[in-house]
Ligand binder design. Structure first.
Ligand SMILES: CC(C)(COP(=O)(O)OP(=O)(O)OC[C@H]1O[C@@H](n2cnc3c(N)ncnc32)[C@H](O)[C@@H]1OP(=O)(O)O)[C@@H](O)C(=O)NCCC(=O)NCCS
Length: 130
C-alpha cells in the first residue's frame, strides 16, 4: 500500500485511480457505499492495492465478494498472478486471502508506517491465476 495505514484522502484515491492500469471497485448496499477495492494490472502481474469494508457491513462476505470481482477483473486484463501486502498483525485479512487461495511468498520488515508507533511488518501474498 503506497500510503501505509494512514487514512486515505479523496485526493489520494483520485490520483491513484488516474494512474495507468489502476481500477477501483465499489460495493454498494441499498444505495450506500459498503466497501472498496483498488487494484493495478501491469503486464501479466496484478496488485491488490487496498480493500476495505465499512465496519457496519463486515463479516457478511462483502470483502470476499469484492475480492472475487477483483480476481475476475485482473484475470480478464491479462494478469497471471495477483500480489498483495497485508500487515503481519492483521490475521482477519490474512484469513480472507488464504480462503481465496493466496499463499504467503515473502515478507517486508517495517513496511506499514503507523503514526509515531513502530512500523508493522508486511506479509507478501500471491494468487496464481493460471
Ligand atoms: C479485512 C476486511 C476487508 C474484511 O472485510 P469483511 O467484509 O468483513 O470480510 P468477509 O465478511 O468477506 O470475510 C471473509 C472471511 O475473511 C475472514 N475474516 C474477515 N474478517 C475477519 C476478522 N475480523 N477476524 C477473523 N477472520 C476474518 C473470515 O474467514 C471470513 O469468513 P467467515 O466470516 O465466513 O468466517 C475488513 O475487516 C476491513 O475493511 N478491515 C480494515 C481494512 C483492512 O484491514 N484491509 C485489509 C488490508 S490488506
Amino acid at each position: 500500500m503506497p500510503f501505509g495505514e494512514r487514512a486515505w484522502t479523496r485526493q489520494d484515491v483520485a490520483e491513484l485511480l488516474a494512474s495507468p492500469g489502476v481500477a477501483g471497485l465499489l460495493l454498494e448496499v441499498n444505495g450506500g457505499d459498503a466497501g472498496l477495492a483498488i487494484c493495478r494490472v501491469a503486464a501479466d502481474e496484478a496488485e491488490l492495492i487496498t480493500i476495505a469494508v465499512r465496519p457496519a457491513y463486515r463479516r457478511r462476505g462483502a470483502a470476499r465478494h469484492l475480492l472475487t470481482a477483483v480476481i475476475t477483473h485482473v484475470r480478464s486484463a491479462g494478469a497471471r498472478s495477483l500480489f498483495l501486502e497485508v500487515a503481519a498483525d492483521n490475521p482477519g485479512a490474512q484469513r480472507l486471502y488464504e480462503q481465496s487461495g493466496f499463499c504467503a511468498v515473502g515478507s517486508r520488515p517495517a513496511y506499514f508506517r503507523r503514526g509515531d508507533g513502530p512500523a508493522a511488518d508486511a506479509l507478501v501474498m500471491r494468487l496464481d491465476l493460471d
